[in-house]
Design a protein around this ligand. Sequence first.
Ligand code: CP
Ligand code: NVA
Length: 312
Amino acid sequence: MKHFLKETDFSLEQAQAVFSLAKTLKAERLNSPQPLNMQSWGLLFYKSSTRTRISFEVGVNELGGFPLVLNSSQTQINRGETIADTAKVMSRYLHGLVIRTFGHEIVEDFAKHGSIPVVNGLTDFNHPCQLYTDLFTALERYSPDAVDIASLKGKKVAFFGDCASNMANSWIISAAMFGMEITLTGPETFAPEQIVIDALQTDGLPVNYRFTTDPTEAAKDADILYTDVWVSMGNEVEAAERIEQMMPYQVTRERMAEANPDAIFMHCLPAHAGEEVSQQVLDSGQSIIFDQAENRLHTQKAILTKLSEINL
Ligand code: CP
Ligand code: NVA
């Protein structure tokens, strides 16, 4: 059974097929093939969501399937039913599961004990659907005709803020996988952690990201400036301390000016203007945040279609 729990679950060739398909599905949105015809997909949320929930609910529907949104706190998971039993039971009703949760081992356990494909809709470790969407959105600019992954090679990414977060991990892994150069910048206490190095090594990818506490150094010559909230879901008790420490890493107009003149600004959203990014940058012509948000739909439809083909 093929799952999509991390960026490297697709080969480069399969990733290219996903991006090419996303382009077609975007161009012909209401004329989608129906690979999920007669299927029911569970969308299981342990955490809040706007984009992931809506884009998957709409996307499953547009692919001919029925999306069933489940909040973990309203299931027996909340009263101690094991993941193993839950996965086995859900596999008797559903044809696939998208899960947003805390520990990454939860999506791995669903995949291990169930018999249906599992898609990672964000864990504390990573957010691969967002990353594939971000790469597709960048490709729309770098290679609009072919969305050719070769055009990502050598692109310079600067990631600002919480460099030990799920989004930072996903960017580190994707940069290594697609041959991009990445420099992360934030306070020393939020540097990338061993877990991401282990993940790179497990997948045979180079450990060649750079980390600096100097945001100017990270911005220099960057093609993509990326940031995410400083307080991820689950980190709320540390909010005041995080915001105070990360203030020097806000992406401002001045910071954008240190990068390549044609650099783009990206953010997975939700954004907290005045914290990780200024409102001016969010509103600027360099910002492609709403293209990213829209592309969640098209890219995830392509991911679900590709998984269906592989799992036939
Ligand atoms: N970017 C993202 O995953 O957004 P949501 O938390 O709204 O799903
Ligand atoms: N790092 C953020 C991403 C939200 C899409 C979080 O986990 O809350």
